[in-house]
Design a protein around this ligand. Structure first.
Ligand SMILES: Nc1ncnc2c1ncn2[C@@H]1O[C@H](COP(=O)(O)OP(=O)(O)O)[C@@H](O)[C@H]1O
Ligand SMILES: [Mg+2]
Length: 314
């Protein structure tokens, strides 16, 4: 199946000369939830904004539902519902009117049954005649989502849906997103919370300084966290892994080193046994080194940054 969104070589340089996106490639399948994970300033909003025409891309091609976002902007834009990072709602307006109005902006015919369905799905139906300023923070956020869904988009963008909200509201938003996923909407959300990406996304893209560093299935990504690699150099390059070591998961690198990946969180890493096996196989060590997987480096950077932000905020 053709991807619902296809991004190739997307670049964005702002008028002041700052390059916020440096060639992003990404295909998104219909029905998946993808989280773009990255620290503040990474370029997450810029990416979404380029896709909906709030920012103009400098280079690259993007198609949404097969429509080129430059040549066929209206058709492409129609397929996307955007929940922007900054909440912007008309506080004196009634919930139902603001959602109907959003639909009208896309030139869609009035459809009261559809609006009712959307408000019910977001448990806003009881509040349909309330003015937005009377609503709680969580409900206001749901109104933003209702607006974004009002024109029946196939893709929903949620830009930092839970930034700066308390834990309870975050959980509430996660539930709302899970329900939306079940209904089959494709979701792209941006976040700087690893837990959020883990909880919500089928795939995670890590974005930093305008580059998409990796895109990976969430499960795979989470498994590779907390892993370290031990490299064992022998006095002459190994040509095969001795059976006792192979059994423990030791592998051979192209340069003839023995490589062992272990879980830093495990009670026993198995390193002592491996070194003993090397000795009993009659092999001699020349050098030993351990390194974190690059993925982990990225996450450590992210977490460190996240922590310092939280400290700044506190
Ligand atoms: N209108 C603009 N003009 C110049 N630079 C901008 C503009 N908007 C954003 N930037 C810069 O682009 C980078 C990426 O911003 P943004 O996409 O908002 O990041 P994120 O959403 O990941 O926090 C930041 O360094 C930001 O300062
Ligand atoms: Mg942003």
């Amino acid at each position: 199946m053709a991807p619902i969104i296809s991004i190739k070589g997307l670049e964005k340089t702002y008028d002041n000369g700052f390059q916020a996106l440096k060639g992003v490639d990404l295909d998104i399948e219909e029905g998946e939830v993808i989280a773009l994970l990255g620290p503040n300033g990474a370029g997450k909003s810029t990416l979404l904004n380029c896709l909906v025409g709030i920012a103009n891309k400098t280079a690259g091609t993007v198609t949404v539902g097969g429509h080129d976002i430059t040549r066929d902007f209206r058709k492409a834009r129609e397929m996307i519902g955007l929940v922007p990072q900054e909440m912007s709602v008309e506080v004196f307006e009634k919930v139902i009117n603001t959602v109907k109005f959003s639909r009208g902006l896309f030139g869609k015919p009035q459809d009261d049954a559809r609006i009712e369905r959307i408000l019910k799905d977001l448990t806003l139906w009881d509040k349909k005649d309330n003015r937005i300023r009377e609503l709680s923070g969580g409900m206001k956020r749901r109104v933003m989502i209702a607006k974004a869904l009002s024109h029946e988009p196939r893709v929903l963008f949620l830009d930092e849906p839970t930034a700066g909200v308390d834990v309870e509201l975050r959980k509430e938003m996660w539930e709302v997103m899970s329900e939306l996923k079940k209904s089959g909407v494709t979701i792209i959300l941006t976040t700087h919370y690893i837990e959020e990406a883990e909880a919500m996304a089928d795939r995670v893209g890590v974005i930093s300084k305008g580059e998409l560093l990796l895109v990976e299935e969430t499960d795979t990504l989470m498994k590779s966290l907390g892993k370290k690699v031990l490299e064992i150099e022998l006095d002459s390059p190994a040509t095969e892994v001795p059976p006792a070591l192979a059994e423990k998961g030791v592998e051979l690198s192209p340069s003839g080193k023995l490589v062992y990946t272990y879980d830093t969180a495990a009670e026993q890493t198995g390193i002592t046994d491996i070194l003993a096996d090397i000795r009993s196989a009659g092999l001699r060590l020349a050098d030993l080194s351990t390194k974190q997987s690059s993925l982990e480096d990225i996450f450590v950077d992210l977490v460190t940054q996240q922590k310092s932000e939280e400290e700044d905020a506190a």
